[in-house]
Design a protein around this ligand. Structure first.
Ligand SMILES: *Cc1c(COP(=O)(O)O)cnc(C)c1O
Length: 850
C-alpha cells in the first residue's frame, strides 16, 4: 500500500489539482501494465514519450500519477503528484516507509539466482513469521521501492533482492535500508559494464556485508573464490555454505542431478541428513536452498522442518523450469536472464543429468558481459558442444557460441545461427524433436527468449508459467511481438486463406489447385503460406528447388510437392526419401535419375515439362514423343504428370491458345501411346484467370494467391486482396536547416528548414537504391517521400508535411496504413520492374509474422 500523504511527505512532492484516491495498491512504471488503483510513476522515458505514457496510464484507470511536468491530458479524479525527479521520489518514499514499519530486511545480492534464493528464504521464514517477499521480476535499484510497495505494516520480514548496476548503487541502497541478514552466493566477474573491473563490483558487496549489524547474519558461499575474502569484514554472525567441501557450516554432498529434482545429502555441524531433495534443478538452486536454510536456522526453525518445507518449492518462471513442449518433448525454460555463471552452471547440469534422449540447446545473447562479450560467449560454446545434439543460437553475440561449439566438435549441420525469434523457432521445429527429447532455452533479458519457449509449449495455458517481462527504469515498454530486426513483414493469413478459397471455387472441384510457394512464397514466408494453402483447398504445392521443398518437409508439411526447376543428380535420392515430385525435361537426365534410385524402396515421382513456346526449360514438342518412348523403360520412375508453362497469358491470348493447343496434342499422344498419368497442367495465375480452356487437370497459381495481379492490365476476381505489409519504425526525427545535405553523396539538400525522419531499412533489406529507388513510405497514414540516397541499412524520408511524427512511429514501406496503401504494383512502377520482383526482393532474413 502507498499512502498519498506518505508519498508527498517523503518525496517532497506537490499536488497538482484536486487529489482523487489517497491509497494505492502498487506502483506501476510501465503504462501498458498499469492497473486500476496503481500509482503510476512516469520515469524518464526516452524519445519524449512521457506524456503519452501518462495518458495511457490514466486511460487504463490508474488512481494516481507521479510526474515532473503537469500532464497535458485530463486528470480529473486522479491524484497527480509533482516531484523534481520521479526515480528519487520513489527511493525517498521507500526509505520513509522502511523507517516507519521497521521490518527485518533480508537482502540478497550477487550475480546469480537471487530470485530463487529470495523465494526459498521467504518460503522458509513464512513457516513461522509474517513475511513479505519483494519483487523478483525487476532488476536495478528501482526494485527497492517496487518491493517495499507491497509490504504491509505487520510484516516482520522483508525479503528483497538488491541489484547494483554501477559503482555507488549499494551505498545508495544502504541509505534506504539496513539489512538484518545478507546473502551473497555468487559473484560473476563478467559482470556489469558500468564497472571498470571485478574488484569494483566486489566493493559493492563489501558495502552490503559491512552494513549488517552485529546481531545480524551474513551467509556466504565459500565455493566462490570471489566471495571468500568478504568473510573477513563481517561484523555480524557468519554462516558459510559449500558443496562437497568440508569446513563450512552447511555442506551439501552426494548431489544427484535429475530432470525433475535435485537430490543431496546435507552436513550441518556433526549432523548428517541423507537422501534429501528439492524440486529445483541445477547447482545454483541448491546454493539458494542452503542459504535459505542458514537463514531459517538463524530465526530458530529446526533444520529438519526447513528441509521438509523446501520440498514444496516451485521453480520460478524462467529459472530452469521444466514445461511440456510439443510432440512430447520437454522444454527447460531458463530464460529469465543469462550471465556466465548461470549459463555455464546450467550447461553443467545438462551434462550431469546424462540425458538419454536428444538434447537441443537454444541460446540467446547473454546480459551484462561487457567487453568480455566475445570471450564469454565463446566459452559457453565449448560447454554447449559437450551437451547439445543440436544447438540454435539467436543474436550476434550468441553466434560466437555457435562458432565455438563447431570448433569444439559439434557437427556444423546441427548448429544453427538465427537472427530472429521466428527463425529460431522454425529451426527448432524443422529439426523435429520427439517424445522425451529435451529443449533447453536460455538467454539474456535483451534476447527475450521466453518468446521462443512460448512457441514451443504443448499447451498454451502453460504460458502463465513463463517469464512475464516487466519494463524497468531503462527499458521502454516492449511488446513480446517485437523482433530483434528493425523491420518486419506481416502477412495476413486470413486474407491468403480467403484468396485461395476464391481461386479454388473459380477452377471448380474437378481441377486440382497447385499453390506456388517458390521464392519463400513470393516473400510471404513459405512454411506459413504452404500450411494455409493446404488447409484452404490447395491440392499440391510447387517450389523452385529441392532446397525449398526440404524446408517445407522439415517444417512437417507432408503434402505433395512439385519441384519446378532442375533437381541435381546428387540430390535425387533425397527427393525420393522426402517423397518429392521432380521435373524431367531431358531423356539422359531421366536415365541418370533411374539408375540413381534403382535400389530404393519407392519410385521417383516426376512430371515431364514440355516447352510449347516459352523457350525456357522443357523438352520441345517435337522431341517429346520420342522421349516418352524411352521413358517407359525406366522402371524406377513413376510418371505423375505433364506440364507446360505460358509465356504471355497475361497479354497475348492467341499465342497462349497456340501453346495450349500444342500442349493438348502432346498430352493426347502420350495418353494414346499407353501412358497413364494423373495431372496435365499448364496455367499460371494469368492463364487460370483468362479462361477455363487453360485449366486442364490442374492450375499452378502463384501471384494471384497473394492478392496481386499477374499484370497491370488484369483484374483479380472479386474479393482477392493483398496480404503483405512490410513495416519498420522511425529511428530519429530532426529538423535540418536550409541547405543541409542528406545521405551519401550529398545528393539531396534541404531548401528550407525541413523535418527529416531516419528509417532503419536500406538496400541490404531489399529497399532498392538505384537506378531507380523506392519513392515514399507511409507514416501516420500519409506519404513521406524518400530523400537522398538509400544506404545499406538506412534511408531518410521527409516528414515536413506530416504533423507529429516521432521516433518509434510505425512506418509502412509496402502495404496499407490508414486510408492509403503502397501496392507492389506502384513500387514496381517506381523501380521499373514487375510486382513479382518487388515482393521477392524483401530479403529473406527479415522476419515474417503470420
Ligand atoms: C512461378 C511459376 C508459376 C506461378 O506463376 P504466377 O504467375 O505467379 O501464377 C507457375 N508455373 C511455373 C512453372 C512457375 O515457374
Amino acid at each position: 500500500m502507498i499512502s498519498l500523504y506518505d508519498f508527498l511527505n517523503a518525496a517532497n512532492g506537490q499536488l497538482f489539482g484536486e487529489p482523487g484516491a489517497q491509497l494505492f495498491t502498487n506502483f506501476s512504471v510501465d503504462p501498458y501494465l498499469a492497473e486500476e488503483s496503481d500509482l503510476f510513476v512516469a520515469l524518464h522515458a526516452e524519445r519524449g514519450k512521457t506524456q503519452d505514457y501518462i495518458a495511457e496510464a490514466i486511460r487504463r484507470g490508474v488512481a494516481g500519477v507521479v510526474c515532473t511536468y503537469p500532464p497535458d491530458c485530463d486528470t480529473d479524479g486522479v491524484s497527480v503528484i509533482m516531484v523534481r525527479d520521479t526515480f528519487d521520489a520513489m527511493m525517498a518514499w521507500a526509505r520513509f516507509v522502511i523507517r516507519k514499519y521497521q521490518p527485518n530486511v533480508v537482502a540478497i545480492a550477487g550475480s546469480s539466482s537471487k530470485s530463487t534464493t529470495a523465494q526459498a528464504t521467504a518460503h522458509l521464514l513464512s513457516q513461522n513469521h509474517q513475511v513479505h517477499r519483494g519483487n523478483i521480476g525487476i532488476s536495478g535499484r528501482i526494485n527497492v521501492p517496487l518491493s517495499v510497495a507491497g509490504m504491509r505494516p505487520d510484516d516482520e520480514f522483508l525479503v528483497i533482492k538488491l541489484d547494483v548496476e554501477k559503482p555507488g548503487d549499494m551505498a545508495a541502497i544502504m541509505d534506504i535500508l539496513t539489512p538484518q541478514v545478507a546473502i551473497i552466493s555468487h559473484i560473476d566477474c563478467h559482470h556489469p559494464s558500468a564497472f571498470s573491473d571485478c574488484d569494483q563490483y566486489i566493493d559493492e558487496m563489501y558495502k552490503l556485508v559491512e552494513a549488517v549489524p552485529e546481531d545480524g547474519l551474513v551467509v556466504l558461499n565459500m565455493d566462490d573464490t570471489n566471495i571468500v575474502p568478504l568473510a573477513d569484514v563481517v561484523r555480524a554472525n557468519l554462516r558459510t555454505i559449500a558443496m562437497e567441501a568440508f569446513g563450512t557450516d552447511l555442506m551439501a554432498y552426494n548431489i544427484l542431478p535429475d530432470i525433475a529434482r535435485t537430490g543431496f545429502d546435507l552436513r550441518y555441524g556433526s549432523d548428517r541428513f541423507v537422501a534429501r531433495w528439492i524440486p529445483l534443478l541445477g547447482r545454483l538452486h541448491l546454493y539458494s536452498t542452503l542459504s535459505a536454510l542458514a537463514v531459517a536456522l538463524y530465526v530458530g526453525i529446526p533444520i529438519d522442518d526447513g528441509l521438509r518445507a523446501l520440498t514444496k518449492l516451485k521453480p520460478l518462471p524462467g529459472r530452469l523450469s521444466p514445461l511440456r513442449a510439443k510432440d512430447g518433448a520437454i522444454v527447460i525454460d531458463d530464460t529469465y536472464s543469462a550471465n556466465m555463471i548461470s549459463t555455464q552452471s546450467a550447461l553443467k547440469w545438462l551434462k550431469d543429468i546424462k540425458y538419454e534422449h536428444q538434447v537441443m540447446v537454444i541460446l540467446g545473447d547473454m546480459d551484462d558481459v561487457a567487453e568480455n562479450g566475445h570471450a564469454a560467449h565463446r566459452a559457453v560454446g565449448k560447454e554447449a558442444a559437450d551437451v547439445a545434439d543440436v544447438l540454435i543460437t539467436l543474436g550476434g553475440e550468441a553466434a560466437q557460441t555457435a562458432r565455438s561449439a563447431i570448433d569444439h566438435g559439434t557437427d556444423s549441420s546441427h548448429v544453427f545461427t538465427a537472427h530472429s525469434w521466428e527463425e529460431a523457432i522454425s529451426f527448432s521445429q524443422r529439426y523435429g524433436l520427439g517424445e522425451n527429447d529435451l529443449i533447453y532455452v536460455k538467454g539474456g533479458r535483451v534476447s527475450r527468449m521466453e518468446t521462443i519457449v512460448r512457441a514451443l509449449l504443448a499447451d498454451k495455458a502453460d504460458e502463465v508459467y513463463t517469464v512475464r517481462f516487466v519494463a524497468d527504469e531503462s527499458d521502454e515498454a516492449v511488446s513480446p511481438s517485437q523482433s530483434l530486426y528493425p523491420s518486419w513483414v506481416e502477412v495476413n493469413t486470413d486474407t491468403i486463406a480467403n484468396n485461395i478459397q476464391i481461386l479454388k471455387s473459380l477452377v471448380g472441384e474437378k481441377v486440382a489447385l497447385c499453390s506456388v510457394v517458390k521464392a519463400n512464397a513470393y516473400g510471404h514466408g513459405a512454411v506459413a503460406i504452404a500450411r494455409v494453402a493446404m488447409s484452404n483447398g490447395a491440392d499440391y504445392l510447387a517450389v523452385a528447388s529441392i532446397a525449398e521443398a526440404l524446408e517445407l518437409r522439415d517444417a512437417g508439411i507432408d503434402s505433395p510437392i512439385l519441384v519446378l526447376s532442375h533437381t541435381p543428380l546428387h540430390a535425387i535420392r533425397q527427393a525420393v526419401r522426402s517423397n518429392l515430385t521432380v521435373t524431367v525435361f531431358d531423356l539422359e537426365q531421366a536415365r541418370a535419375y533411374d539408375r540413381a534410385v534403382r535400389d530404393m524402396n519407392a519410385p521417383l515421382k516426376y512430371h515431364v515439362k514440355i516447352d510449347t513456346g516459352m523457350g525456357r526449360l522443357g523438352v520441345l514438342v517435337d522431341d517429346a514423343l520420342h522421349m516418352f518412348r524411352y521413358l517407359d523403360a525406366l522402371s524406377h520412375l513413376e510418371l505423375e504428370g505433364i506440364y507446360t508453362h505460358f509465356s504471355v497469358a497475361d497479354e497475348d491470348l492467341s499465342f497462349t491458345r497456340e501453346q495450349a493447343y500444342a500442349f493438348k496434342r502432346v498430352v493426347q499422344a502420350v495418353r494414346a501411346s499407353g501412358f497413364a498419368f494423373k495431372f496435365a497442367h499448364a496455367a499460371n495465375s494469368a492463364g487460370t484467370l483468362q479462361s477455363s480452356d487453360f485449366h486442364f487437370g490442374m492450375v499452378r497459381t502463384g501471384i494471384a494467391m497473394y492478392g496481386v495481379t499477374p499484370s497491370p492490365g488484369m483484374d483479380l476476381p472479386e474479393g482477392i486482396r493483398p496480404a503483405l505489409t512490410w513495416k519498420t519504425t522511425v529511428l530519429q526525427v530532426k529538423t535540418l536547416p536550409p541547405g543541409h545535405a542528406v545521405g551519401y553523396g550529398n545528393s539531396y539538400r534541404t531548401t528550407e528548414a525541413e523535418k527529416i525522419a531516419i528509417l532503419p531499412v536500406g538496400y541490404a533489406d531489399g529497399l532498392r537504391r538505384s537506378p531507380r529507388s523506392w519513392q515514399s513510405v507511409l507514416i501516420r497514414g500519409q506519404r513521406a517521400p524518400l530523400v537522398g540516397r538509400v544506404s545499406m541499412e538506412k534511408c531518410a524520408v521527409s516528414v515536413q508535411e506530416i504533423p507529429g511524427v516521432m521516433a518509434g512511429d510505425e512506418v509502412v514501406l509496402l502495404g496499407r496504413q490508414g486510408d492509403d496503401a503502397i501496392t507492389a504494383d506502384e513500387v514496381a512502377r517506381w523501380l521499373g520492374t514487375i510486382n513479382y520482383e518487388v515482393l521477392t526482393s524483401i530479403v529473406r532474413h527479415i522476419p515474417r509474422k503470420a
